[in-house]
Ligand binder design. Structure first.
Ligand SMILES: *Cc1c(COP(=O)(O)O)cnc(C)c1O
Length: 462
């Protein structure tokens, strides 16, 4: 019998001495019997051991270190539904304060009365920002009596969420491909692809593939020239998933945000360099009129009449509360300290990897995301490829992905580490020691030489 009940007092029985925990639990059907809360907890908890250790996951941009206070707030807010703004008015107030704080951080001319909202992450935020672009473009075309049936969006090598946006909303994505000597999109390449059906240009502040910032100001100026020459007024939405919470602290003079008039909306992931736990992103519009009013719904069935602009309805409030906790706890000073520390560690890692024979650095972490991206030196055959190297690092628990770049640079395999809150210099040195150990290993035991590009597509950049 799978779950034969025993007479023994469960409180006395040692955890792994009960039949509950020495039997196989059905995995794909609802079990017939109950388990004690304790046994069920152990079963689930133990299985999660296989997930590995998130602090060693250097692939992700997302928060993997949380102080106890943030965890406590998350637990205390577990019953708060952020959509019930009438029932939880203070959560709603805190959300709107976060919107004001972020708008101010991004130099909104009207930060106190800006429009914006929280989302589940940058993907939803991008969807909302992109929809506003499409609606505004369509209104403009209709008002001029022109057809509005073939919209396009111009961008560089974007994160997958923009491919989704384009497909879900039936928009042609005009992606400036990477070039051997230029990964980010520039003004010239962006403008070449613009016409009167362009709903907007989306530069990325912190490319997924390399960590570099796209030059928002240069792109904006190129669009200014396009307007002077051809009368096309094309708005910018910045995908600042990572950079939105980095540039304000690390490059306060970099003009990428609402200081540029053409920038109409910006998204960022609170759960990346905003330091909040997983599940929160933000989108902010420059001006009320940049968010078409027919995208905002009013609901009255929660009490009160509340405007909502979001793809989903119910969502936990804890992530928003925790985001606010970090704003209050850290202030400008604290964010600056943490982001600077991340950058210093990234630059250190890049210097060290650069010194290791076979690697050449593509991005050194010094002026974009605190990340490092490298390849095997051109023409070099060290007896392994980056996929082998990633596998070997994984045997010590490190997740340092190898992947190939998007079209035009598909032949090129790269490897990347993300330095986030909690990746200390000490942890970096432990990683680098494993790098050196692996290089010695492969010197003695060379494996393959091809770059195995067909395996590169399996990696998803979270
Ligand atoms: C992570 C990322 C996204 C997607 O954001 P989520 O918060 O994971 O939904 C979009 N764009 C860029 C540039 C990103 O780095």
């Amino acid at each position: 019998m799978l779950h034969e009940r025993k007479e023994t007092d469960e409180l006395l029985t040692p955890a792994y001495g009960t039949t509950y925990l020495d039997s196989d639990i059905p995995k794909y059907q609802l079990p017939e019997d109950m388990l004690s809360p304790y046994a069920a907890y152990r079963v689930v908890r133990d299985e999660l051991i296989l997930d590995g250790n998130s602090r060693q996951n250097l692939a992700t941009f997302c928060t993997t270190f949380l102080p106890d206070e943030a965890k406590r707030l998350m637990a205390e807010c577990i019953d708060k539904n952020m959509i019930d703004k009438d029932e939880y008015p203070q959560t709603a107030e805190i959300e709107s304060r976060c919107v004001n704080i972020i708008a101010d951080l991004w130099h909104s001319p009207t930060a106190g009365q800006t429009v914006g909202c929280s989302t589940t992450g940058s993907s939803e935020a991008a969807m909302l920002g992109g929809m506003a672009l499409k609606w505004r473009w369509r209104d403009k075309m209709r008002s001029q009596g022109k057809p509005a049936d073939s919209p396009n969006l111009v961008c560089g090598p974007v994160q997958i969420c923009w491919h989704k946006f384009a497909r879900y909303w039936d928009i042609e994505l005009r992606e400036v491909p990477m070039d051997k000597d230029r990964y980010p999109m520039n003004g010239e390449e962006a403008v070449k692809r613009c016409d009167e059906n362009t709903i907007g240009v989306v530069p990325t502040l912190g490319l997924t593939f390399t960590g570099q910032y796209e030059p928002v100001e240069e792109i904006s100026k190129a669009l200014d020239r396009l307007e002077e020459e051809k009368g096309l007024d094309i708005p910018i939405h910045v995908d600042a998933a990572s950079g939105g919470f980095l540039a304000p602290f690390l490059e306060p003079d970099l003009r990428w945000d609402f200081r540029l008039k053409r920038v109409k909306s910006i998204n960022a992931s609170g759960h990346k360099f905003g330091l909040a736990p997983l599940g929160v992103g933000w989108v902010i519009w420059r001006d009320k009129e940049d968010l078409p009013s027919d995208l905002v719904f009013k609901v009255n069935y929660l009490g009160g009449e509340m405007p909502t602009f979001a793809l989903n309805f119910s969502r936990p409030g804890g992530e928003i509360i925790a985001q606010y906790y970090f704003f209050v706890r850290l202030g400008r000073q604290g964010y600056t300290m943490i982001q600077k520390a991340c950058r210093e560690v990234a630059v250190y890692i890049s210097e060290q990897i650069g010194k290791m024979g076979p690697f050449s650095i593509i991005y050194d972490g010094s002026d974009g995301i605190p990340a490092v991206c490298w390849r095997i030196k051109e023409g070099e055959d060290p007896g392994f490829n980056l996929f082998d190297f990633a596998d070997k690092l994984h045997s010590r628990g490190w997740q340092v992905p190898a992947y190939t770049l998007p079209p035009n640079c598909k032949h090129l395999a790269v490897q990347r580490v993300l330095v986030r809150h909690g990746v200390s210099l000490d942890l970096a040195n432990l990683l680098l020691t494993d790098f050196r150990r692996n290089l010695e290993f492969f010197e003695k035991h060379p494996v393959t030489t091809s770059i195995r590009p067909e395996e590169g597509s399996g990696f998803n950049h979270s």
